[in-house]
Write a protein of this length. Structure first.
Length: 195
């Protein structure tokens, strides 16, 4: 059987293009496993589901080498396991199957995984450099998610929470308990700053 695997690392990324490419390669839509998960580990929920059902003679399609894994070690381990299991690995980016039985095949695959890891490391380094520059040159720079604006709805939730428990407030207003706590904390901090 033919299977496909698509993966992105962050929620801001889109799986649709990978899924489309896998379908165009002939993989049935219901045989494509897709997930948003880091590629630095092989313990990914959708990957594990797919891996458990693979049998000798099956083929797994990936769009690129870095979709298998973001580090050389992870990608090489996964491909090695698949080939040992008798599962064929097809990389659309390479336009063919991975053949670890030849030196040229091993070299090609290892070079692509090294390049994928190198590209990832450059991205991480650029982000760190950008953060360091922002910290040094922007006095208002803060790491992490920016605080949400205190809306009229948040103010009403806060006022309600003053006479009711966190749980009651969450149930009545339709937000989570953690959101109620965050709203209370944010408004109290805002009030202290304005005093």
């Amino acid at each position: 059987m033919d299977f496909g695997y698509a993966r992105v690392s962050g929620t801001g990324q889109d799986l649709k293009q990978q899924v489309k490419e896998l379908e165009q390669a002939g993989v049935p839509k219901d045989q494509i496993y897709a997930e948003t998960f880091t590629g630095t580990t092989r313990d990914r929920p959708e990957w594990q589901k797919l891996y458990r059902q693979l049998r000798k003679g099956d083929t797994v399609y990936f769009t690129k080498v870095d979709r298998i894994g973001r580090t050389v070690r992870v990608a090489v381990d996964i491909v090695g396991d698949l080939l040992d299991k008798g599962v064929k690995v097809y990389i659309l980016q390479m336009g063919g199957y991975i053949d670890n039985s030849t030196y040229a095949g091993k070299l090609m695959f290892n070079m692509l995984t090294i390049m994928a890891e190198f590209e990832h490391d450059i991205i991480v380094e650029r982000l760190a450099t950008g953060k360091a520059y922002a910290k040094k040159h922007n006095p208002n720079y803060r790491e992490g998610r920016p605080k949400r604006r205190i809306t009229n709805r948040y103010k009403r939730i806060y006022e309600y929470s003053l006479t009711h428990s966190i749980r009651e407030t969450a149930l009545t207003t339709g937000v989570s308990e953690s959101t109620v706590k965050r709203i209370k904390r944010q408004i109290r901090e805002s009030e202290k700053a304005n005093d």
